[in-house]
Design a protein around this ligand. Structure first.
Ligand code: CMX
Length: 428
């Protein structure tokens, strides 16, 4: 991993120089302010974090380094991990080095197999996934070195990188084992040394041998990898890691946040939503029927899953990328057709709902991702957020590697009480 580490080091050094300049020249310059509404409203729109792995432009969506989705959607997931960490795509030999390392570390330890098989079947797959990542915690080289007093501060990131590669290497086998043993009730499939990381995940799930399924899995992994630093799962994982809890702890924590219905679980909720529509109106619902259904849901006080976003103000480009994939590979899928009709119906309703309070009436990635997984044979909805979680672990890891490389301190913002705030407002 020497080349990878060298390239990440170069990136950290470059970012470090920028930070040194900002602190030296502008350490006390004020770049934002906070309103009472933001303090009381989940810090929405408050600029309070620096995350150098990716950036979400409200109108153009996800950027990794300077690359927008159309420029990286056809890359391999491991190339994206390289980009997140090193700020550049790997060349052929650099990619081969990382792939070799991932393959070398892919095997699950025996105790984890025992653990997986003994998990109670009623647990949600996200719970199983998070528990399994946590169960691997003893593997952390960072933890071992730190406890032995062998680590200087400037080396933290290197051992986070070691742990990240070991963890990411194991995720395909781990997630596929949960899927096959607990959801399909079948035996796990063997790792295939000649396949890349994403194709191995597709292969070990064992639900669809078509090349286009591997293509979908890779696209899924690429599109969900990171979404800047303030979303629930990435922020949680970074906060936990900032206490120098190792990446296994931090990833498990981030996954627990991803499991919420307003965040990653929305993809599973979306497919249930579409299934509900088909059960009621048949597989080809009319737009009038959809309009009435959506209004009923809103009147019942439920959110429309897959629509809205805390940062984006346009259709999520990840939604568009999946739609293009669907149009190429399964244009006649009734599920895809219903997703398209909802895209026609929902934004118009949300634009005027609650007197225009919905900041973004357009679809996010979750409005379509589950549809494609379902179409290609992953019929257990509960597994969809695990797929999201596998991919998002790339971002969790990269964000922590870079943050520790830049010597960022433990995260500890100040909170206040209503009384403090009201006193401050009286004085203002
Ligand atoms: N359906 C109905 N109401 C919605 C809505 C939707 N899809 N999206 C937003 N609203 C409502 C909010 O509930 C809020 O109402 P109240 O003020 O009464 O509480 C109001 O519109 C304003 O919210 P907002 O500023 O537009 O959105 P937030 O930043 O607060 O929340 C999100 C963003 C994603 C949680 C929200 O849009 C939502 O609940 N969407 C549906 C769930 C979903 O798709 N989540 C996945 C997001 C992507 C991801 O993180 O994975």
């Amino acid at each position: 991993m020497e080349q990878f580490k060298n390239n990440v080091k170069k990136r950290i050094d470059y970012l470090g120089m920028e930070i040194a300049w900002m602190l030296r020249e502008h350490g006390k310059t004020v770049v934002g302010e906070v309103s009472v509404k933001q303090l009381l409203g989940g810090m929405r729109g408050l600029t309070a974090l620096v995350c150098n792995t990716s950036y979400v432009d409200p109108y153009r969506g996800l950027f990794i380094s300077d690359y927008a989705i159309p420029e990286f959607e056809d890359k391999l997931p491991e190339e994206i991990f390289y980009l997140l960490c090193a700020g550049k795509f790997p060349n052929e030999t650099e990619l081969a080095e990382l792939q070799e390392e991932l393959a070398f570390r892919a095997e699950l330890p025996d105790y984890l197999w025992t653990f997986i098989r003994q998990l109670p079947r009623h647990l949600h797959p996200m719970t199983m996934f998070s528990l399994c990542v946590l169960a691997l915690e003893g593997e952390s080289v960072f933890k071992q070195k730190y406890e032995a007093g062998e680590l200087g501060k400037s080396e933290y990131w290197e051992y986070m990188l070691e742990d990240a590669v070991s963890l990411l290497a194991k995720l395909p086998a781990l997630a596929a084992a949960i899927y096959r043993i607990h959801l399909l009730r079948e035996e796990p499939m063997d790792y295939h040394p000649s396949l890349d990381w994403g194709s191995n995940l597709a292969h070990m799930l064992g639900v669809n041998p078509e090349l286009s399924f591997a293509e979908l899995v890779r696209l899924y992994m690429v599109l969900h990898c990171d979404h800047e630093g303030g979303n629930v799962s990435a922020f949680t994982s970074r906060v936990v890691n900032s206490a120098l809890s190792n990446l296994y702890y931090a990833t498990s924590a981030g996954l627990n946040g991803l499991a919420g219905p307003l965040h990653g679980l929305a993809n599973q909720v979306c497919l249930r939503f579409i299934r509900g529509i088909h059960e009621r109106f048949g597989e080809s619902p009319g737009t009038d029927q959809l309009d009435a259904f959506v209004r009923e849901e809103l009147d019942a006080g439920r959110v429309i899953p897959g629509y809205g976003h805390a940062v984006l103000r346009v259709t999520d480009p990840r939604f568009t990328a999946f739609m293009e994939f669907g149009n190429r590979h399964c244009p006649n899928s009734p599920f895809l057709q219903t997703v398209k009709k909802l895209y026609y119906v929902v934004p118009n309703i949300l634009k005027t709902y609650k007197e225009g309070k919905v900041a973004n009436p357009y679809p996010n990635v979750d409005a379509i991702s589950g549809t494609l997984l379902y179409q290609f044979g992953i019929s257990h909805f509960d597994f969809y957020t695990v797929m999201f979680g596998i991919s998002r672990t790339f971002g969790f890891c990269a964000q922590s590697i870079i943050a520790l490389g830049l010597n960022q301190p433990i995260i500890r913002p100040k909170s206040v009480t209503n009384k403090w705030l009201m006193d401050a407002l009286e004085r203002a």
